[in-house]
Ligand binder design. Structure first.
Ligand code: BTN
Length: 252
């Protein structure tokens, strides 16, 4: 895939950079790799229908348009890996050790520092175009009740948004070049939040103790758990279990 970031579109205020990108892409008015950045989003979209809140001008809120992606739907998780690792690479270059809360939330300790919303255009079984939306907290210090952090909160220093953006673009371009290399899988695995730790999760059967072992080839979360009692008595459940997004919650 060709590089991103050769064209950068800067907007003062927009509902959502992902929506703006989708509209211009629909009109074939965007080149591959365009980065669309907004100082302020009035209706920033988060995952699962949530809003993405970000103080105007304090953080990076942007979308990357990928054209002619030509990736089978089966392999779509590779994009999640590339984006997540580009973010952890970027944070590492600012001296911050971040983890990936599956599938693509970026955490420092137990605080979220970045979120990703990937929206695909699919034809048949192929992803043709992708909009990668990224909210990366840079200079915001106060997040109210949210358990969130920013580069500035971690380093106690103000950062130029463009320095962070250009670091992300170059890390993304490096990761995309190695798209089919094992390092992508290994790095993603090693940076998983709660990897190999005994933790509480919740699935359709209730809360349970389990250990994240990694992800499947298709990007499902693999969690090993102890036997759980069901109302029908003690029943053996297949172990380890694999989960799709929305099928499992991280509890504690
Ligand atoms: C999440 O809920 O973690 C995903 C947040 C994604 C937010 C970014 S900000 C830029 C882009 N435009 C949007 O409307 N959302 C994404």
């Amino acid at each position: 895939m060709e590089e991103i970031g050769r064209s950068i579109i800067r907007l003062e205020s927009v509902d959502s950079t992902n929506n703006y990108t989708a509209n211009r892409a629909r009109e074939n008015d965007l080149r591959h790799g365009a980065v669309i950045l907004a100082v302020e989003q009035t209706r920033g979209k988060g995952q699962l229908g949530a809003y993405w809140q970000s103080d105007a001008g304090a953080n990076l809120t942007f979308s990357v348009f990928l054209n002619n992606v030509n990736l089978s739907v089966q392999r779509q998780f590779v994009l999640t890996k590339i984006v997540s690792l580009s973010l952890t690479d970027t944070l590492a270059s600012f001296g911050i050790q971040a983890k990936i809360k599956w599938p693509n939330d970026i955490y420092v300790g137990d605080r979220k520092i970045a979120g990703v919303l990937i929206e695909n255009v699919i034809q048949g079984k192929t992803i043709t175009r992708t909009i990668v939306g990224i909210g990366l907290n840079v200079n915001q210090r106060d997040f109210g009740k949210l358990s969130a952090t920013s580069i500035s909160s971690e380093k106690e220093q103000h950062f130029a948004l463009d320095d962070v953006l250009f670091s992300f673009i170059s890390n993304f371009n490096a990761r995309i070049k190695s798209m089919s290399q094992p390092s992508l899988d290994q790095d993603y695995h090693n940076l998983l939040y709660w990897l190999d730790e005994k933790r509480q999760f919740e699935d359709s059967e209730g809360v349970f103790e389990g250990v994240i072992k990694g992800i499947s080839e298709l990007g499902m979360l693999v969690v090993e758990s102890e036997l759980r009692d069901t109302s029908a008595g003690s029943e053996q459940r297949p172990q380890p279990s694999q989960y799709h997004l929305k099928e499992i919650k991280f509890v504690n």
